[in-house]
Design a protein around this ligand. Structure first.
Ligand SMILES: [Zn+2]
Length: 129
C-alpha cells in the first residue's frame, strides 16, 4: 500500500457520502436522531467547514443558512456562537431538549472560577479586561 501524498483517504471517504445537488450538498452517511450527520467523531458539516475554510474558532458552531441539517455545502455554512443559534432556534419554535442540554453544557466556565485576587483588585482587573 502506497501513499502518493496527495491522496487523502479521509476526504475521499467524506466525499463518497456526499450527494451534490444544485443547491444543497446532502450528507448520505450516518445521521443522529436530530438529522445531523455523523462522520468519524465529528459532524460532516463541521468537517466540510474545516476542509474549505480551516479550523473552527473555539466556542463557535457551524450552522446552516439553508436550514438543512444534513447539508455540507460550504456556501450554506455559517459560524455562529451558541447564543446566536439558540436565538435563531427559539424564534423558529424548534428548541429541543437535546439542544437545551447541549446548550447548558456549553455555559461559560467563568462563573465557577474562583477569583484569585481580593475583591477590590478583582473588580479593577475585570473592568480593564
Ligand atoms: Zn444547504
Amino acid at each position: 500500500m502506497t501513499f502518493s501524498g496527495t491522496v487523502r483517504p479521509v476526504e475521499e471517504r467524506f466525499w463518497s457520502k456526499v450527494q451534490k445537488t444544485p443547491t444543497c450538498w446532502t450528507w448520505t452517511g450516518g445521521k443522529d436522531s436530530r438529522g445531523y450527520g455523523k462522520f468519524d467523531d465529528t459532524s460532516p458539516h463541521r468537517f466540510s467547514w474545516v476542509l474549505h475554510f480551516g479550523p473552527i474558532p473555539e466556542g463557535l458552531w457551524v450552522c446552516h443558512s439553508c436550514d438543512n441539517p444534513s447539508c455540507v455545502n460550504p456556501e450554506h455554512l455559517r459560524l455562529w456562537t451558541p447564543k446566536q443559534n439558540s436565538k435563531d432556534r427559539d424564534s423558529k419554535g424548534r428548541g429541543s431538549k437535546t439542544w437545551k442540554s447541549l446548550k447548558s453544557s456549553l455555559k461559560p466556565r467563568q462563573s465557577s472560577v474562583k477569583c484569585p485576587y481580593i475583591p477590590d483588585i478583582c473588580q479593577t482587573l475585570l473592568k480593564k479586561a
